[in-house]
Design a binder for this molecule. Structure first.
Ligand code: EPU
Length: 422
């Protein structure tokens, strides 16, 4: 068990290099199971979720090497076995192996996903889509067994589910005929999966829209592909820079992916400059205006940036409203902010209001989920005194070397093993 010790306040200064996108890397790695030839991926974030997914691929007999953010996957000889249910249960994103393994092995077993810290995580969209494409599904107390000798093209409504859309795309690219998807999720990471597959020879039309048409091809060819920068990590560092009244160049901030965030920055009065399509300069901003956010599917405001925005709410003038529409368990961090002196009211599982500006003070706090963890680091950076952040393993699932990046920007932050201090 490890803890982050952060001494605030800090003013962040310098340049931060954003890593490859977690939520693009995971489906693209899963999609590599569709290839008989080698896949080379660059800009892959070295994070726990990626390592966990590679553990699943290795257990299936794929050969993988991962060094300095370059990942080579050779899935030509994977065996017709189910992934270890224990490995699968550890990682929600393992659901992304559902379609590729069904296509590749003609059968796959997936344990019941259950709920998780951010809310219920059903998979009805994934299952009903694959059923429509011809899979037989047998459910028992352990999970679902899916079987299909050959999938059939179909029309699928993906209900804007991100991983649901990704599973249908992966099911369709090698399925003879035309599969259409309506209400497809169009997040940058869904687009990146499509672009990866298109580069390998897949036929997908409508990328970036909510309607996709996929015409099956015989095979996918050997490919080298660079993962896009992480939309959420870049937004998080931009928010951290604003919260600390710092001066930070965010290198890997893809402005085309961040319209809703930049529009909020405009409303709040943030002093920023778009330096290039992938670089954002944050300059010291005083007097932030209060705001409202309502999380939406892309291109609306991303649920994964909802928690970090709350820190700006604590420093803005007046009452800000947060409405989390996607998940029902994503306001847990509010109790931790209150411990640090923030003035917050949680109305229900989806809505909270935060009144500012209030000074924050160091406290012992816990990260309940990945995005809450990053949020509490920012809170500790602007707080007076020492904060100790527990359960940081959750943060390592999605951010590469986060404390190192903050340290390079001048933060006083260190990671300790708990036995060192207790
Ligand atoms: N939903 C259903 N049925 C389904 C699937 C989803 O009702 O079969 C509901 C969910 O309960 C939720 C909503 O639809 O209320 C959206 O869920 P979605 O399926 O879009 O989420 P996901 O694919 O499981 C991905 C990201 C999440 C991100 C969400 C929303 C990956 C690996 N995960 O999850 O990322 O919050 O989309 O954008 O891409 C994170 O990175 O911290 C994270 C949680």
């Amino acid at each position: 068990m490890e803890q982050l010790i952060i001494n605030g306040p800090s003013k962040l200064k310098g340049t931060v290099k954003i890593s490859g996108a977690k939520n693009a890397a995971l489906p693209i790695i899963a999609a590599s199971l569709l290839f008989r030839q080698d896949v080379t991926l660059t800009n892959v974030p070295d994070i726990k979720d990626v390592r966990a997914l590679l553990g699943i691929l290795d257990s299936l007999g794929a050969e993988t090497t991962f060094k300095k953010n370059v990942l080579k996957i050779s899935a030509g000889k994977i065996q017709e076995v189910d992934p270890d249910p224990e490995l699968v249960k550890r990682l929600r994103a393992s659901i992304l192996t559902l379609a590729p393994l069904l296509v590749r092995n003609k059968k796959v077993f997936i344990p019941h996903p259950g709920g998780c810290l951010i809310g219920s995580r059903p998979m009805d969209v994934h299952l009903s889509a694959l059923k429509r494409m011809g899979a037989e599904i047998i459910s028992d107390s352990n999970g679902y067994q899916l079987e299909a000798d050959k999938l059939m093209p179909s029309h699928i409504c993906a209900e804007f589910s991100v991983t649901g859309t990704e599973n249908v795309i992966m099911a369709a690219v090698l399925t003879e005929g035309e599969t259409t998807i309506s209400l497809a999720a169009s997040e940058p990471h869904v687009q990146d999966l499509c672009n990866f597959l298109i580069t390998a020879g897949a036929k997908i039309e409508g990328v970036g829209t909510h309607n996709l048409t996929i015409t099956g091809v015989d095979k996918l060819k050997k490919i080298s592909y660079q993962i896009i920068p992480d939309q959420i990590e870049s937004g998080t560092f931009a928010i951290a820079a604003i919260a600390t009244k710092g001066e930070v160049l965010v290198d890997g901030f893809v402005t085309a992916h961040q319209e809703s965030l930049l529009s909020k920055f405009d409303h709040i009065g943030v002093n920023y400059e778009v330096i290039s399509p992938t670089k954002l300069q944050i300059r010291p901003t005083h007097n932030l205006k209060n705001f409202k956010i309502r999380t939406e599917i892309y291109p609306g405001f991303p649920t994964d940036l909802q928690a970090p925005m709350s820190i700006l709410a604590t420093q803005s003038d007046g009452s800000s409203e947060i409405y989390e529409t996607i998940f029902e368990g994503r306001l847990g961090y509010i109790s931790e902010l209150s411990k640090m002196g923030a003035s917050c009211v949680t109305r229900d599982a989806h809505q909270a209001s935060i009144t500012g500006p209030t000074p924050l003070f160091g406290a012992r706090i816990t990260s309940f989920d990945l995005r809450a963890g990053a949020t509490l680091i920012i809170a500790a950076l602007i707080a007076q005194g020492e904060s100790r952040l527990d359960q940081i393993e959750i943060i390592d699932r999605g951010y590469e070397n986060i404390e190192h990046k903050f340290k390079l920007l001048g933060a006083n932050i260190r990671r300790v093993a708990l036995r060192e201090i207790e």
